[in-house]
Design a protein around this ligand. Structure first.
Ligand code: PGA
Length: 254
């Protein structure tokens, strides 16, 4: 039985006061939380250190939304994995489709970032997912296989003993259009089967999150599916009520 992970990807939103308030509201109302459900927030870089202090000693984890693939040096504007570890991050999202589409993160770069996160002793959350055009062209599995293969080639299957995968169909992100629980389950099952071919033990224990317009009213249907182990939440993670409704949906299934 895998635990649920409910992760908030705050993207480029908020400010110091609002982000501290959101963090405090989540903490106060979640408390310890039921053990099989873990919460994670991924605020923008400048707020990580401060919010890490707010979360210290709590059951809510801290993560970053991106990382440099480089260890240190002349990379103006970049942030390394060891810096993120330094400020208290446990998780780092890599390969989000917004970065793949707009910031030039190729599958090769994503694999390098994934390796950097692992190397610094944190847990990568690898995002994979197809565009609408790719889905309509029946290329969903091929696209995901390519995204997974780049990482597997770089780090091997053993990395997924701690890494998390997030299946995020690009057409469902921020659109209000969610994959149906069965559509998501089919892809999650495919991802797990890919890993299973390399290590049944790792494939069975690895968490696969669904992301793309998850809300309080559709979360339970998605999370009830056997291969869906939680969510990566964008828009609905920006309000404590909405985020906690999704966490409560996960808790109700245990
Ligand atoms: P959304 O974003 O929940 O707003 O669709 C999900 C994500 O981009 O991680």
């Amino acid at each position: 039985m895998r635990d649920y992970l409910v992760a908030g990807n705050w993207k480029m939103n908020g400010n110091a006061a609002a982000n501290a308030e959101l963090t405090r509201a989540i903490l106060a109302r979640w408390g310890g939380g039921p053990a099989p459900v873990r919460l994670l927030i991924c605020p923008p870089y400048p707020y990580l250190r401060e919010l890490g202090k707010v979360l210290a000693g709590s059951s809510v984890a801290l993560g970053a939304q991106n990382v440099s693939q480089h260890a240190s040096g002349a990379y103006t504007g970049e942030v390394s994995a060891t810096m993120l570890k330094d400020v208290g991050c446990e998780f780092v999202i890599v390969g989000h489709s917004e970065r793949r589409a707009m910031m030039g993160d190729t599958s090769h770069i994503v694999a390098e970032k994934f390796a950097a996160v692992l190397g610094a002793g944190m847990r990568p959350i690898l995002c994979v997912g197809e565009t609408l055009e790719e889905r309509e062209g029946k290329r969903t599995e091929a696209v995901i296989d390519e995204q997974l293969a780049a990482v597997l080639k770089r780090t091997g299957v053993q990395a997924f003993a701690t890494a998390v995968i997030a299946y995020e169909p690009v057409w469902a992100i921020g659109t209000g259009r969610t994959a149906s629980p069965q559509q998501a389950q089919d892809v999650h099952e495919h991802i797990r089967s890919r890993l299973k071919a390399l290590s049944a033990e790792i494939a069975d224990s690895m968490q696969i999150l669904y992301g793309g317009s998850v809300k309080g009213d559709n979360a339970a249907g998605l999370f009830a599916k056997p291969d869906i182990d939680g969510g990566l939440i964008g828009g609905a993670s920006l309000k404590a009520d909405d985020f906690l409704a999704i966490a409560a949906a996960a808790a109700s299934l245990n």
